[in-house]
Design a protein around this ligand. Structure first.
Ligand SMILES: [Cu+2]
Length: 94
């Protein structure tokens, strides 16, 4: 499987599993690529019944943390995955 079909497949899987999730705006506070964790100062997350706050999320895929740094503005989806709140989808905001 080449890189591009992997991305296309990942996107399809993400769209299917995160149909209820809504894109949330946030600012990256800290990236811990080794632990697969990201600290985000985020706005309200309706599907998790969460107010705006700064907190640590697990990344569903550590690859999504590559190229990110503190201060980056992002749009992301968060959901419960195996009992843990995880970022299921992430993109840099323009
Ligand atoms: Cu939160």
């Amino acid at each position: 499987m080449n890189k591009y079909s992997f991305i296309a497949l990942s996107t399809l899987v993400t769209l299917a599993s995160a149909a209820q999730a809504q894109s949330v705006s946030g600012t990256v506070k800290k990236i811990d690529e080794a632990q697969g964790k990201i600290t985000i100062d985020h706005g309200p997350i309706k599907n998790l019944d969460m107010e705006a706050m700064s907190m640590v999320f697990r990344a569903a895929d550590t690859a999504m943390l590559k190229g990110l740094k503190a201060g980056d503005k992002i749009k992301f989806d968060a959901d419960r995955v195996n009992g843990q709140i995880a970022v299921t989808k992430l993109q840099k905001a323009k």
